[in-house]
Design a protein around this ligand. Structure first.
Ligand SMILES: Cc1cc2nc3c(=O)[nH]c(=O)nc-3n(C[C@H](O)[C@H](O)[C@H](O)COP(=O)(O)OP(=O)(O)OC[C@H]3O[C@@H](n4cnc5c(N)ncnc54)[C@H](O)[C@@H]3O)c2cc1C
Length: 415
């Protein structure tokens, strides 16, 4: 396109990449500046001796509408997790699962002591109700904490503490079910309509695929932006760029002058990888530790998910702790033995993710393009504008890009 306006995207996370893709699909080219040496932001994988070690246990829910729009799910070669979980407490294992989708759960769930018969019936009716509820209805519904929502829905305290708390702690990255009931309904609906999946090469295959849709020379890695003022962008090294439009697909408050510092809180998670002699569950399924006062939240065996991975367990810790990582690994070893009867050997890798999910009190599904405009020519994207999910990150990237396109094409209605 001749005399095309310059568009700059700050941040090559999932949101920034989707903004670039949407612009490209509409005939515009953006330059992306990324502070780190890789694309994907929070969606990252370390490779250690060919082992796939994701930065925290995160899954792609394949029912996400945005995933279907932006990703070639087939090419990602997704491994589906079983629609259920093994729940461990004091050395005993129970099962929660959806027997209508995986018949192997039929007997185990029927006899599981996780909740009452009434709870099992309620799960079934909730699933049916949320499948019928539209996303719009979910995000317009009254907001309350997930805990009060579940209590109001009549689930027993046993079901809440044995299943919902540990299961959703691993998703919300907080263990008190204080996250908005809208997010609970959204995630539950996505689980009911699809599967929790992981690309067979690890979670970072998602941003890698997204980045493959834009030209390599559009992505500038190791280029941290320190300020965005009007059409001037100042890089961390002091150099300056001019850009007609900027999309900040990262936290904006420290980049844009006169913006109040938001002091946004974040949920943190630590993931630890251990060798083990245990041969796994023989299918991709999540293990949950539901005992009180434990730090371990969820775990899975890598060999159940990734080809060629032998005897490695990934354990996530969501609760706050006051240990050094070696002390934490000792504690995790002890808890895994006591509650799950799984012996862990050497810790081979760990990652503390301080800013994993934004702690948002009022959440929405995604932004409208007009809502993403911050100043005359600066726009915002990122999951933190709506809800902590890949779906929101993708949609908000698209919304900001669409707002820029509308501005360029003179479609913005003022007043
Ligand atoms: C452990 C964990 C588990 C999760 N689990 C799930 C899950 O199961 N399902 C799900 O849907 N979502 C999950 N998420 C959330 C999901 O990863 C995020 O919603 C999504 O990655 C957010 O993308 P983003 O582009 O908005 O932000 P980010 O990924 O944070 O991207 C922002 C980018 O901007 C860059 N940047 C920041 N400042 C600057 C600067 N000054 N200059 C240049 N670049 C800058 C950053 O380096 C980064 O690359 C999880 C996240 C974590 C960490």
């Amino acid at each position: 396109m001749q005399n095309s306006p310059t568009i700059t995207i700050i941040g090559a996370g999932v949101s920034g990449l989707c903004a670039a893709i949407h612009l490209k699909n509409s005939g515009f080219t953006a330059q992306i500046y990324e502070a780190h040496n890789h694309v994907g932001g929070r969606v990252a994988t370390d490779f250690l001796n060919d082992m796939i070690l994701d930065h925290g246990f995160q899954v792609l829910l394949d029912a996400y509408p945005a995933a279907q729009e932006f990703l070639d799910l087939k090419a990602l070669d997704l491994v589906k997790f079983s629609p259920g979980a093994y729940i461990f407490c004091d050395g005993k294992k129970s099962t929660v699962g959806d027997p209508t989708r995986d018949p192997s759960f039929l007997l185990t769930v029927a006899f599981s002591k996780v909740g009452s018969i009434k709870d099992k019936f309620k799960i079934f009716t909730l699933s049916r109700k949320l499948k019928q509820k539209s996303l719009q209805e979910i995000f317009e519904a009254k907001e309350q904490t997930t805990l009060s929502y579940l209590q109001e829905a009549g689930f027993s305290e046993k079901m809440i503490s044995n299943f919902f708390k540990p299961f959703y702690a691993g998703i919300f990255l907080e263990d008190e079910l204080q996250t908005s009931s809208r997010m609970f309904e959204f995630v539950f609906k996505m689980f009911a309509e699809g599967s929790a999946t992981l690309p067979k090469n690890g979670i970072a295959a998602i941003p890698k695929q997204l980045a493959s849709h834009v030209s390599e020379d559009q992505i500038h890695l190791d280029q941290s932006v320190s300020r965005v003022a009007g059409s001037q962008i100042t890089m961390a090294d002091g150099s300056k760029l001019e850009s007609d439009y900027s999309i900040i697909a990262a936290q904006a408050d420290r980049l844009v002058p006169n913006l109040p510092i938001s002091n946004m809180k974040w949920h943190e998670v630590t993931v630890l990888y251990f060798n083990t002699a245990n041969s796994g569950f023989k299918k991709p399924i999540i293990g949950l530790v539901s005992a009180e006062n434990t730090l371990c939240n969820n775990f899975h065996f890598l060999q159940d998910v990734f080809e060629g991975h032998e005897k490695v367990v990934s354990v996530s810790v969501v609760k706050e702790y006051d240990y050094k990582i070696t002390e934490l690994s000792d504690r995790v070893r002890m808890e895994m033995k006591e509650h799950c009867d799984i012996g862990l050997g050497e810790m081979i890798h760990s990652k503390i993710i301080k800013k994993a999910l934004p702690d948002l009190k009022n959440i929405n599904y995604s932004m409208n393009p007009t809502e993403t405009q911050l100043t005359e020519n600066v726009y915002l994207a990122g999951d933190q504008l709506s809800n902590g999910s890949l779906n929101a990150a993708m949609l908000n990237g698209k919304a900001a890009a669409q707002a820029v396109i509308d501005k360029i094409e003179g479609k913005v209605v003022v007043g």
